[in-house]
Ligand binder design. Structure first.
Ligand SMILES: *Cc1c(COP(=O)(O)O)cnc(C)c1O
Length: 246
């Protein structure tokens, strides 16, 4: 049984890596310019371990509680942790106990300010991405595109935080053009903000694209694609639990 699961996960990762490679080739992008992030919500630590042994390196949780549960089991294997979920103020202190190198889901100034204060207490630094709502749906988190520049300017003054780019969850739609429009909006916003050369702000990461739409995201400039289902299989918990109504 164990061997089969390993085979599944490692062949799934291979398939994803091939999808990434093909798209890079087709769109004249360097393969090294796109990182694969494994979205591990609901996935038990033993399966995440198999993924890390099969070529995965960058993983991310949506809930602090799941980080907490899996942390010890994953300690023995080298990996990098990001955080991609909606972060509650009262979970910041707990989150900082784990070795998270980037929080991709910052979309409010007061959340950033609280995080900065916590980091200051221990003289730590944190990379962040600004989550943008590119699909114009009320149900998604993220700052509105029009408000992103102002938010970034304010957060850039917080000394323990370092903005490294933007993140979005695109529209879930069968219309490729509508999905592409979300990713293009994020890429254009990144170019626009990058040109302003705001101190303490780098626009080097564009985190966009998931199992179903990573090709479109890469064509539009993604540097991080976040993949869950296509590696680990379908989740039994509804995503509504992870993306509640804001
Ligand atoms: C779950 C999740 C993903 C991965 O989604 P899949 O469709 O399973 O690949 C990507 N980004 C975020 C923020 C997620 O919560």
């Amino acid at each position: 049984m164990e061997a089969n699961i390993q085979d599944d996960i490692s062949s799934n990762i291979q398939i994803i890596q091939q999808r990434i490679a093909k798209t890079c080739e087709r769109s004249n992008r360097n393969l090294n310019s796109v990182k694969l992030l494994l979205a591990t919500k609901t996935v038990p630590a033993d399966r995440i371990k198999l993924a890390l042994q099969s070529g995965g390196h960058l993983i991310a949780e949506n809930k602090v509680q799941e980080l907490q549960q899996k942390y010890i089991d994953l300690q023995s294997i080298a990996h990098t942790n990001h955080f991609i979920g909606h972060l509650q103020r009262n979970k910041i202190k707990e989150l900082l106990k784990y070795d998270v190198s980037c929080i991709q889901s910052i979309d409010q100034f007061d959340l950033a300010e609280k995080l900065n204060q916590r980091l200051a207490l221990t003289q730590k630094q944190m990379d962040i991405l600004i989550q943008v709502n590119t699909s114009n749906e009320d149900s998604k988190f993220g700052v509105q595109p029009e408000a992103a520049e102002m938010l970034i300017r304010k957060i850039s003054k917080l000394e323990h935080l370092h903005i490294k780019g933007l993140m979005t969850i695109g529209l879930f739609s069968s219309s490729e053009e509508k999905v592409r429009a979300c990713f293009r909006l994020l890429a254009n916003l990144s170019t626009h903000i990058g040109a302003m050369e705001i101190p303490n702000v780098q626009m080097k990461e564009l985190s966009m694209g998931m199992s179903g739409d990573l090709e479109i995201a890469i064509e539009e400039g993604a540097t991080i694609v976040r993949v869950g289902t296509a590696v680990f299989g379908k989740r039994s918990t509804s995503d509504q639990y992870y993306w509640p109504e804001p």
